[in-house]
Each structure stands twice: as C-alpha cells, then as structure tokens.
Write a protein that binds this ligand. Sequence first.
Ligand code: PGA
Length: 250
Amino acid sequence: MPSRRPLVAGNWKMHGLKASVAQFEGILRGCTRVRGDVDLMVCPPATLIAAFAAAAEGSRVAIGGQDCHAEPSGAHTGDISAEMLADAGARAVIVGHSERRTYHRETDADVRGKALAARRAGLVAIVCIGETQAERAAGQTLAVVERQLAGSVPDRAQPDHLVIAYEPVWAIGTGLTPTATDIEEVHGMIRERLATRFGRPSEDMRVLYGGSVKSDNARELLAVGGVDGALVGGASLKAEEFLAIATAYA
Ligand code: PGA
C-alpha cells in the first residue's frame, strides 16, 4: 500500500517582514485543529527562515525555502545554497516555481540541478511544473507537463526527497482553477510517468495541486483523485485562511 500523507504547504513568495512571525505563530497555535496525519509546511522568504524555524521548533510545521542555487557555495552574489537553507532550519525547498521559470528564465535542466542540490543538502525538493494558458488552449497541457516532469526531476529520486507540485501557470494568483477532471487527468499522467521511471517507490511520492487554492475550494480540490495536498500561495499568508485549507481534510 502506498503511504502518502497529505501535505499542505504555504508559499509566502516575496511577502513578510519580522512582524510576520506573529502571523506564523497563529498557524502554529491553530495547527492542532488539523487532522493528525496531514503534514504542514510554510515557505517564507529566506530572510525569515531562521526566525520561523525557531518559532516552529518542536511543532508539526516544517519550514521550507522558495528557491536555491545548484552549488553548495561559491561566487554567486545574491544566491542562496540548499546547504544554507538547511543550516537556517529549512527541511524543504520549492524549485522550478513558474515565477522562477518565467522571471529568471530557469530551464528544466536548471530546476533538476536545484532538485539535486536539495537532495545533497538533505532537503525535500518540491518540484513545480505546469502549463501556461496558451499551452492549455493549444491542447499541449499533457505534453508540456510531461516534458517538464522528465527534465526537472533527477534520476534515482526517492519519495522522502521529492514532492511534485502541479501548478497550472494560469491558475496562479488568478482565482481560476482547472476542473476536477482536468486536474485528475494531469495528476494521473504524472503518476504514470513516475511509476515508469521510478517503479514501486514512486507510489509514495506526493503530487500536490497548486493555483488559487482557497478555503472555499480546498475541500473540492483536495478530494480530486490523485491529489496528495496543496501548494498554497496568497491564501497561506493569513493564519486562519491557511488553517481553513488544511482542515479541509476532515
Ligand atoms: P496562489 O499561488 O495560491 O496564490 O495561486 C500558488 C503558488 O504560486 O504556489
């Protein structure tokens, strides 16, 4: 039997100052309301990782980064390595988010390098993939997602170091979401490809859905076949909203 604990992860993007620790503490206080077998994670900006990790110590909420460099150290001004994230208290890192792919021109090969770096540093890589509106309109969704999956996920991936997040680019921050049937189709394809490539261990790899997950659609989205949790952007910034999403697992 596959053992895939649901994961609800918040991506705070470039939001949050020291004062936001109070908001995060609201999540820590309220997380007892979330079903015991649901894993919780918050990925704040890098400047807040250490503070959030300190606040979360001993709790069930893990802390993640939002990006990392492929190298452990070096002359890369402004970049942060996976080892540095781990050192600051992160247990995971998002790689290949569509905002990184678009605004920083990250390729599948770049994302694979970052996922490898995450593994090297002992972090879980949350690898993001997803089609644009134009690609969906052109009927290329499955082909695009399949190509990103093949190119972004390193060989010999293991479930304890890899999470996939299917995030249609057009659903991110827009309030739009795919139909349950569309999500199920993409997740089904992803799971099939993971099985072909990694065999039995792939059954324990989690595939999240992301893109405009909110408290009022969480129950429906999280119930879709093959969805093992959510990557939540905007709605993760408010403790009550994030907890309402996580408690959709009743
Ligand atoms: P959103 O973002 O929930 O604000 O749509 C999701 C994401 O970018 O991971």
